[in-house]
Design a protein. Sequence first.
Length: 743
Amino acid sequence: MSPSAQTPGLPPSAWSRRQWLKAVGAMGTGLIVGVPLAGCSATPALPARRAEDGASLGAFLQIAPDNTVHFYQPRAEMGQGAVTGMTTLIAEELGVAPEAIHVHLVGAHEAYRPPGLPIQVTGGSASIKAHFEQLRLAGAQVRQAIAQAAALELKVSVTDLQLVDGQVVMGGQRWPYGHFAAAAAAQPLPENVALKPVSAFAVIGRSRAPLDALAKSTGAASFGLDIDLPNLHRAALLRCPVIGGRLKSVDDAAAKATAGVVSVVKLPHAVAVVANSTWVAQQAVAKLKAEWELPPLAKHSSASMRADMDQAMREQDGQSAVNEGDVSQALGTSQQRLDATYWAPHVAHATMEPMNCTVRIAAGRCEVWTGTQAPDLAAAVAAHFAGVSRDQVTIHAQFLGGGFGRRVNTDYVAEATQVAKATGLPVQVVWSREDDMRADYYRPSGLMHMQGGLDAQGRIQALSAKRVGANVTAHFVDDAGEALFSNYVPWGMAEWLSERGYGLFEHVTVDSSSVEGLLGDYQVANRAVRQVTVDHGVRLGFWRSVGHSFSAFAIESFIDELAHQAKQDPVSFRLQHLQHDARLAAVLQEAAQRAAWGQAPAGHFQGVAAHRSFDTAVAQVVDIAMDGSKPVVKRVTCVVDCGVAVNPDIVVRQMESGIVFALSAALMGEITFEAGAVQQSNFHDYPPLRMHETPEITVHVVPSQAAPTGVGEPGVPPLAPALANALFAATGQRLRSLPLRLA
């Protein structure tokens, strides 16, 4: 996840059309849209060639004389379909097929920041939502400019022309867009360009194969691990077993004596071995003998952390995040009352491609090759550790082999830059799977105590939640604050400011990521949410769907318990309290119908959950069967309303991906600590769902003409509670702790 998750409802029209038009210009001899990107690298993401002349680089579009169209993709591609989705937006208004556009991933530049946000970041399921109008408008501007230039040259009215598939058509003649690109660039771009209505969409809303599929299938797509440079050396690092520890001393004699090792570099938190191959570097790291100054986290285990949270739940009131009506009075007059406490553990991102970064520092410049969700943060970090100005840093963006929020952080960029600076060599740092598992930025663990009261008709008249746990945004501010603030103050001051986030979210305001979604979207007159901060120093980060990943488990399990206490059907009970939310109610009804709710075959049991996150409504029904005492997930039925589905097939894939990701966490995901050290190390003790364990998944995308919302994360939250509710139907056991384990 990313900080954009803290800005829910980011409007696609955050830039007014007039502001956008001011940023659109004609420069040089070709047609460009946006601002020139001096010093910014744009590395080809797909097989493509750049125009040698006739067009200048702009923020988004370039049309060459040979009629090739180049789109400079502003968001990272980590499997979520951003390349295909965002290219489709351009293609729709430009009047070309998405497959005809050459796509390039871009480096760091303020022009690529999402509208309304201060940093260039991919996350919060916001890529399509944030750029839906902006990129369409860019395509429409170019299309109209081409039409006007063609009309002038051909001495006809614009209305006499048709623009079809990258061609200007008049009568029986055709001219490519590229023929008029230079002339279009020489004229002021039109200021009032109407966007197509949804009803006129030709490519938006239609399923198409992913544009990057061929490149990824053939190995043409470049990931961070693929980078090779002249004289490139590889580095592996020995880090303190307790995150946050500092190096006291190291015996590196045996490592230095290993054939192929060229250098050993001491960092504040680690020791790096630089060698002629990753294998040699990793073998030499195993020979290091280091002593560490351990942080306070070393005094804690998972058991002691949980005990501290239990105590805080009993003894502390915490901060108020929501307070509507009079919950105390309403609970006191309820005909029935229910209290339940839910637990979510730390979990890891466990991306398929472990963290890696390649850095070359030469002639006062620093080049960085990596997959990152936040390239301008990476550029700031690289500039600091390389000792160069930020405009001397080039980020060569690569495909990401999974992100899920992990690659918003830039620790691996900092490591690679420090090692390259110390050795004077181009260096690639590659983390092992064990490094990745034991030095992650974990989803925070937490307790959630829910209280509900029912009136005589079995309706909820009071609903409250209290969460105990750490605040992930405080950790993000601490981790990224230097890069965020160093534009305005010296690095040391930025570091001091970044550490103030902990106190801010503990004493002044509530971190929305800690409590988002805890009451769901149910209509209840008396509602309250409180947050109690308990932070043991575990390094935390945004994890796919952020707070919703645990809050949905609590609220959707609790709603099911309330329905059972009221002796009502769980679907009907939810619908009674969703009369104000037509979209969430609709997906719930549709999921129940498609899953044949209440009509499970003999030996099958069903559970349901519905949750809104990132402005997207999702409902899921889980069907299970029992193999002795072991549950077998047979089918997951998912219905999603995400507004306009730019590419319905990608929406389906993201729901499927989220379900598999969430099912892995719900059944097996748990990071545990002993003396501050992570106990898990690889996929044998932190297993993802295997193919033979994956259930049948059916996804229905609700047709809509509303503005698009997020799809990368909303498939995750409903799965765990729907599964827990199915397990209750099968066994009578209420499982209130993740991962779900039957007694």
